[in-house]
Design a protein around this ligand. Structure first.
Ligand code: PEP
Length: 253
């Protein structure tokens, strides 16, 4: 069975001081959880301190982005090599906000995924359709294309370590979430795409849902057989809400 993974994407929120307060409070609430993997993804600035605070706990730490080169003249960027040095566990790659506001292409995503894996950091690859694409029945084509392009050239052993987050863009930060059944259906399609190329590991890859996951709707979503957890934005900024999502999920497994 795949272990569900609930990760919080804090985006550009929380100072270092606030980040430390948030994880200290969260850790007390979820310290006994074993059957659900938990992760937080603070800003790059807070990663080091948050990782130190969470060392030897059941909460993993992820970054929100990297550049694919290890070092060099790339002002403002950080690399997977640097994140590996402070034992970062995950990197969110290709979040729709990066694709939309920073013009990240699937080729960029693929390069970043390869760089993360080369440094033993697990990528959380985000895919999903816009509202226009959904309305014109393009959801399936869009996610098929993204998953293929984002995983291109990886070995089966590498794909096993990848987490995919299906995040319909129209559901992110809007309070609108896909119905649990619809999210389950699209995630099933994503798994089929992985299976086409990597039949031996497709059932091992964890595929999360992301898009307005809150304490009130998480059970419905997490009950779905294809959904292996959630990437949580807004609700992860509050220790009580995020802990409630984690604790409700533990009851299902
Ligand atoms: C996200 O940022 O990945 C996300 C899913 O945000 P929210 O939960 O706020 O919709």
């Amino acid at each position: 069975m795949r272990k569900p993974f609930i990760a919080g994407n804090w985006k550009m929120n929380k100072s270092v001081t606030e980040a430390k307060e948030l994880v200290s409070s969260l850790q007390k609430k979820v310290k006994d959880v074993e059957n659900v993997e938990i992760g937080v993804c603070p800003t790059a600035l807070a990663l080091s301190e948050v990782k130190n605070l969470l060392a030897d706990t059941n909460i993993k730490v992820g970054a929100q982005n990297i550049y694919w080169e290890d070092s060099g003249a790339f002002t403002g960027e950080i690399s997977a090599e640097m994140l590996a040095d402070i034992n970062i566990d995950y990197i969110i790659i290709g979040h729709s906000e990066r694709r939309q506001y920073f013009n990240e292409s699937d080729q960029d995503v693929n390069r970043k995924v390869k760089s993360a894996l080369a440094h033993q950091i697990k990528p959380i690859i985000c895919v999903g359709e816009t509202l226009t694409e959904r309305k014109s029945q393009e959801t399936e084509n869009k996610v098929r294309f993204q998953v293929k392009a984002d995983l291109a050239g990886l070995t089966a052993d590498e794909v096993k370590k990848v987490v995919i987050a299906y995040e319909p863009i129209w559901a992110i930060g809007t309070g609108e979430s896909a119905t649990a059944e619809e999210a389950n259906r699209v995630i099933g399609i994503i798994r089929d795409v992985v299976r086409d190329e990597y039949p031996q590991v497709a059932d091992k890859v964890r595929i999360q849902y992301g898009g307005s996951v809150k304490p009130h709707n998480c059970i419905e979503i997490m009950k779905q057989p294809e959904i292996d957890g959630a990437l949580v934005g807004g609700a992860s900024l509050d220790a009580a809400s995020f802990a409630e999502i984690v604790l409700k999920t533990t009851e299902l497994y």
